[in-house]
Design a protein around this ligand. Structure first.
Ligand SMILES: C[C@@](CO)(OP(=O)(O)O)[C@H](O)COP(=O)(O)OP(=O)(O)OC[C@H]1O[C@@H](n2ccc(N)nc2=O)[C@H](O)[C@@H]1O
Ligand SMILES: Nc1ncnc2c1ncn2[C@@H]1O[C@H](COP(=O)(O)OP(=O)(O)O)[C@@H](O)[C@H]1O
Length: 291
């Protein structure tokens, strides 16, 4: 029998996201610079007779603890792919700190954390490539979330290039707590054949260098998301004006907006002001997870 195990599921942030093509299957090819913030959901597992899931924490109410939860789906998919690798039943708890349907991949991060947890409990080594293939079947962002370190994603998220270095930066995240359905945002895109991301500078070590590169990029989902949730546009303008903010932009399909900072103190100050002015919004400040 094992001791209680836990895995963090950090928030995903698309610092840049270019939509490059509409595919025949209706999905879109993307090129995205993805990073992870040190603010996370947490999954714990204790030995039990059968598998179960409890959801706790500030955003628990937005989620079912049943078969549709991505944690349940990830555990079931792992057991189907590697029957008997984890013999014990698992009493799982998902502590939900991240808002749901917010463009920061909470569900994908939870699925990836559940897969990492299962691989850690398995009676045999599980190759990352095989775990990643299974992850891709659970959602486009799940393979990236398995890595949880800066990377460039291409295709729908299955082609991943992890970055060996990344500047130590901080982010402020703000979400108006209006859930956004990803499909609705893609449906509103008017331009689907956009340019790829420019080449990243090598080595990439300073926040200012990253800022110069980001200024040449976009999130192509931002304009359609603002049409659905105009508050996103207001939050971007507000954060962009904060002292020390290198870039303010929307993550994923929204509605979370991030501000990128070189200084942790300036990020915390910006978060403090956002909280005072928008008491109904979710606001967080955290360092990025860097290699
Ligand atoms: C946009 C991104 C960027 O990281 O992030 P989120 O906003 O979800 O965090 C992801 O690609 C989201 O991936 P994921 O959240 O797994 O998307 P899914 O649920 O599979 O897709 C929901 C729907 O969005 C559309 N969709 C999604 C991804 C994609 N590359 N092209 C699409 O056209 C499709 O209509 C799909 O049916
Ligand atoms: N554990 C989970 N956490 C968050 N969302 C989940 C989870 N399981 C299933 N979902 C569903 O996944 C969808 C996408 O949620 P999420 O990953 O938080 O947002 P996004 O794709 O915008 O980054 C939501 O509609 C939600 O109902």
């Amino acid at each position: 029998m094992f001791e209680v195990q836990s895995q963090a599921a950090p928030a995903k942030i698309n610092l840049a996201l270019h939509v490059t093509r509409r595919r025949d299957d209706g999905y879109h090819d993307l090129e995205s610079l993805i990073v992870f913030a040190d603010i996370a959901d947490e999954i714990t597992a204790a030995p039990a007779k059968t598998d179960s899931l409890a959801v706790t924490g500030p955003f628990a109410k937005a989620l079912s603890n049943g078969e549709t939860n991505l944690v349940t789906r990830a555990v079931a998919a792992f057991r189907e792919r590697w029957p008997d690798a984890v013999e014990a039943g698992l009493a799982l708890t998902l502590h939900k700190n991240l808002p749901v349907a917010a463009g920061i991949g909470g569900g994908s991060a939870d699925a990836a954390a559940a897969l990492r947890l299962m691989a850690g409990l398995a009676d045999r080594p599980i190759a990352l490539a095989e775990l990643s293939e299974l992850a891709g079947r659970l959602g486009a962002d799940v393979p990236a979330c398995l890595i949880s370190s800066p990377l460039v994603a291409r295709g729908v998220g299955e082609i991943l290039s992890p970055l060996p270095q990344f500047p130590a930066c901080h982010v402020v995240l703000v979400n108006p707590l209006i859930p956004v359905i990803t499909a609705d945002v893609f449906r509103r895109l008017t331009s689907r054949d956009n340019d790829p991301l420019p080449a990243l500078p090598v080595p990439l070590t300073r926040p200012a260098q990253l800022g110069i590169w980001l200024a040449e990029t976009r999130n192509d989902l931002e304009t359609p998301a603002i049409a659905l949730v105009p508050e996103v546009g207001r939050l971007i303008a507000h954060l962009a004006a904060a002292p020390g903010c290198i870039l303010a932009r929307m993550s994923g399909s929204g509605a979370t907006v991030f501000g990128l900072f070189g200084s942790g103190a300036q990020a915390h100050q910006a978060a403090h002001e956002l909280r005072e002015q928008n008491p109904d919004h979710w606001v967080a400040a955290a360092p990025l997870i860097v290699p």
